[in-house]
Design a protein around this ligand. Structure first.
Ligand code: ATP
Ligand code: MG
Length: 867
């Protein structure tokens, strides 16, 4: 059976059990402050479990792209070293939201595995939760009894809290779980040692394939458990592991999910994959074919590699792949990007995003590879230097600070440093390096650490966003909770009819106030979390149940709105001018400015920029009226020609924003007609990443301020120049300046000539040489000319000039050719430069040094006289 068929059978099976089949959510999460990536099938349904949103159907099934490389689930270190953990993998899952429970979940899992897929029953083991006294939780006898009807009791294993109690996070829905393990060993192996002993023991052929979670509790922030009002089912089965079982392989990498990628790596590297667990070349190949999937899908979903947050995680995965290939496959040139094509052919049918985004994904990976390989080459030079310095001191251990700096600041992999050091018979101060690493982790933990208390629910009332129509509204607080972070203590509140727009779709969240006759409370920011709109305040109102008048900061909102609508017009203008390959890749829309990232492969020229700006302003002048389709079926919007973004999670119904021919799916707030934008001004255009350009622009008040400040500058200039025609006056000044410069140069040359003849006669015989030490205020270029002339004309001479032109100390040393072997100008200048806290260099015949300490020139002078 091919992997495609295996996946399809899973979906068909649950469809036949009345499940709604939904597409995978993007792998990168945009609006969840607690998580960067989907790390299990249930991530996209969190708000259903939390009860914030009604599920689309009480029964759902899908395959979900997951990434386990950060936070609570992090398998990165195992990837490549074992045969069944990946960074990105597909999790097949079925869900019941308050519908069926343990019986159906277990019966169907068993039916699918043994009857549909035909896995021999004697190869399966299951685990159940054994209970936990400290939590006051009993053994899951309910699950045990159901399993008993399918499988011999000797194959049902008790599991502890670590393996058999599933929790979403530190708080939230949780419950006991039951795992299904498969034993793929040969009959001979099985005879030697029973599979029972190998379950949950890291054996590569006795692995967990499916986890059935029975959500029946809610973990509160104080750690206690309460019963959930409705019980849910959440299951997750590793697709690649299932393929291994059904295709009778010993490793996920031997299934057709990976073999085409491996074949391509073999072709490109000339190395053969032999599937050996501990072979470094084989590990590297597994790492490469695994990581390319994670990185490609993250980029296709809109997450570009970058220096922080989720982008940094992606960059690190890619760099791990490059570095393994560099070390163990001898790949010193970019090559990973060539795997994207293979991946597309393999996965494109199920995940069309990889087909549509192929060019971008390929380009971005290639650029990243080239730049990281350059980092490696530069790092190699630094490591070499460090080794030389350490050896010169007669030491054998590379200092941890420098090794850490290489790793942290220059992005040079520490294991490369280690290997190179070992080749030279040196080691790394491992304990010190580990300590530096921990220190850094602590620092970043401290920055992000937040303590979140339980919600206090005042009123069970659904929350409605009224901010598309109003910026002021009567509200009550329906729930609140305390949070603590590095800035102190705050409260998060949820309102019944909130006018505050929560940060999202690039647009910043609203600020404002809650007012009534007694109080006036500042709203600091508004965000969305699991579909709840949450506003932040510093202190709770005295009377939390009072009615308030909520007011959005209206000038900020107005300017953000102008920038948001401006962004849509910009998007359209860019597609008009540059072509329809232009797609939005990210944006920031605030009251102050807008930033728009888009796919395009070359720098925009002046004409293109001018044309784009002109087109946007033409639409503003047309004063096109907003047509808002607040809630239409997604297909209808797409049929009307609306632009959708990759990596964005859209519901069945969407909001479409139309200004004439510009149509976008968008949840942001907008002007009522384009005239309100006032004026649109491009401020900059630059590269944001490989294949991505970034435009920054301003509109409305800010554009007006911009022109106003230009006008002010011109009027100040004209006062300064005492002229109405600034341009002409400046031209005249430049002309005068030029003439003065020419005169000055001639004058300087004259003066220098005079100096030369004076200086020629001032040499003194000192030992084997003629020495001249002089102070001067001549500029560096003149000094250089003179010294060159002197060292040429005066044999056996050392010339030392100390200058203070423009208040900067400088030392220049010239040595005549016949003395270069005895007196190295570079060495002389280096020694003298210490007096002026400076450094410099040159060659044996001529050297200069600048410095910081002008007062030190006198000491340098005295020192030079003693040469
Ligand atoms: P393991 O103990 O093997 O790491 P897990 O307990 O972390 O698994 P769950 O969180 O229960 O796994 O995830 C459900 C299923 O997803 C697992 O049964 C397994 O088949 C699969 N799975 C989990 N992590 C990975 C991974 N890193 N790569 C591939 N498949 C995975
Ligand atoms: Mg795990």
């Amino acid at each position: 059976m091919t992997s495609q068929e295996i996946r399809q059978q899973f979906l068909d099976f649950f469809k036949s059990k009345e499940h709604l089949i939904v597409p995978s959510a993007p792998i990168v999460l945009k609006d969840d402050p607690t998580l960067m990536f989907s790390n299990s099938g249930m991530t996209q349904f969190k708000d259903y479990f939390l009860g914030y949103k009604e599920p689309k159907s009480p029964r759902i099934a899908d395959t979900q792209k997951c990434l386990r490389v950060s936070g609570k689930h992090n398998d990165l270190d195992d990837v490549g070293r074992d045969t069944y953990h990946h960074t990105m993998f597909e999790m097949l899952g079925n869900w019941s939201f308050g519908d069926y429970f343990k019986k159906e979940a277990i019966d169907w899992a068993w039916e699918l595995l043994t009857e549909v897929y035909g896995i021999p029953k004697e190869n399966l083991y299951v685990t159940i939760f054994e209970g936990d006294a400290s939590e006051n939780l009993d053994r899951d006898t309910e699950a045990y009894d159901i399993w008993k009807s399918h499988i011999d009791e000797s194959r049902i294993i008790n599991g502890n809290k670590k393996d058999n109690f599933w929790e979403m996070g530190a708080s939230g829905p949780c419950g006991p779980c039951s795992e299904i393990h498969v034993d793929l060993r040969s009959a001979e192996e099985k005879a030697k040692i029973s599979g029972l002993e190998l379950v949950n023991n890291d054996h590569p052929q006795v692995v967990e394939i499916w986890n059935l979670v029975f959500m029946q509790y809610n973990r509160k922030a104080d750690g206690s458990l309460e019963n959930l009002p409705a019980k849910h089912i959440d299951t997750g089965m590793g697709f690649e592991r299932l393929c291994m079982a059904l295709q009778h392989k010993e490793s996920n990498y031997d299934t057709d999910v990976f073999t085409p990628l491996i074949a391509k790596v073999e072709e490109l590297s000339g190395k053969k994959y032999t599937g050996i667990l501990t072979d470094e070349k084989d590990i590297a190949i597994r790492v490469v074919v695994d990581h390319i999937r994670a990185v490609s899908f993250a980029i296709a979903d809109g997450q570009l590699p970058s220096n922080n947050g989720a982008g940094y995680v992606i960059r690190r995965i890619l760099r791990r792949g490059i570095s393994y290939a560099y070390r163990f496959l001898g790949m010193k040139e970019a090559f990973l990007y060539q795997l994207v094509d293979v991946l597309k052919n393999q996965m494109g049918a199920t995940f069309p995003e990889i087909v549509k985004q192929e060019t971008l994904v390929t380009e971005v990976i290639k650029e990243e590879e080239i730049s990281f390989l350059r980092t490696i080459e530069n790092g190699l030079v630094r490591v070499q230097k460090l080794i030389e310095q350490t050896t010169a001191k007669g030491e054998k251990v590379l200092p941890s600070e420098e090794v850490f700096e290489l790793y942290d600041t220059y992005g040079f992999p520490d294991d490369l440093t280690r290997i190179i050091a070992e080749e030279k018979g040196l080691t790394i101060d491992e304990a010190g390096f580990e300590a530096e690493l921990q220190k850094q982790k602590q620092r970043s933990k401290k920055d992000s650490a937040a303590k979140v208390y339980d919600w206090v629910v005042l009123e069970e009332k659904p929350e409605t966003f009224v901010g598309y129509d109003k910026t002021e509204n009567e509200v009550v607080v329906t729930r609140y909770r305390k949070i603590e972070n590095k800035d102190g203590e705050f409260y998060q509140i949820v309102l019944d009819n909130t006018p505050f727009y929560p940060e999202g779709g690039g647009q910043v969240g609203d600020k404002g106030s809650l007012e009534n006759a007694v109080e006036n409370i500042e709203v600091l920011e508004t965000k969305k979390e699991n579909n709840l709109i949450i506003s932040l305040i510093k202190e709770l109102p005295k009377d939390i149940s009072a009615v308030f008048y909520a007011k959005v900061n209206s000038s900020d909102r107005r300017n953000s709105q102008g920038n948001h609508s401006g962004t849509h017009l910009l998007h359209e203008a860019l597609r008009d001018v540059l072509g329809t390959h232009v797609e939005q890749k990210g944006s920031y829309v605030g009251p102050d400015y807008l930033r728009f990232d888009f796919s395009h492969f070359s720098k925009m020229n002046e004409e293109e920029l001018a044309l784009v700006e002109e087109k946007v302003n033409a639409k503003i002048k047309e004063n096109i009226v907003l047509q808002e389709f607040r809630n239409i079926p997604i297909q209808e919007a797409l049929d009307k020609g609306a632009m959708a973004l990759f990596g964005e999670k859209y519901g069945d119904n969407v909001r479409m924003i139309q200004f004439g021919s510009s149509k976008e799916l968008c949840g942001g707030t907008h002007v009522k007609s384009t005239g309100e934008i006032g004026h649109f001004k491009l401020v900059s255009e630059a590269s944001a990443a490989a294949g991505i350009r970034r435009i920054e622009a301003i509109s409305g008040d800010k554009a007006q301020e911009y022109y106003q400040s230009l006008e002010n500058q011109i009027s100040e200039l004209s006062q300064l120049l005492k002229s109405k025609d600034v341009l002409k006056s400046v031209e005249k000044l430049m002309e005068e300046n030029h003439l003065l410069k020419v005169e000055l140069d001639a004058f300087k040359k004259e003066k220098a000539k005079g100096e030369i003849s004076d200086w020629k006669n001032a040499y003194e015989q000192k030992g084997d040489k003629q020495l001249l030490v002089k102070k001067t205020s001549l500029d560096a270029a003149s000094v250089k000319d003179i010294v060159f002339e002197l060292k040429r004309e005066i044999p056996n001479s050392v010339t030392i000039i100390l200058s203070d032109a423009d208040g900067k100390p400088m030392i220049t040393v010239g040595v005549s050719a016949d003395l270069e072997a005895t007196y190295q100008a570079g060495a002389v200048v280096k020694d003298l430069a210490k007096e002026i806290q400076g450094g410099g260099g040159g060659n044996p015949g001529f050297a200069t040094a600048g410095g910081k300490n002008l007062d030190g020139l006198e000491n340098a002078y005295q020192k030079a006289l003693g040469l």
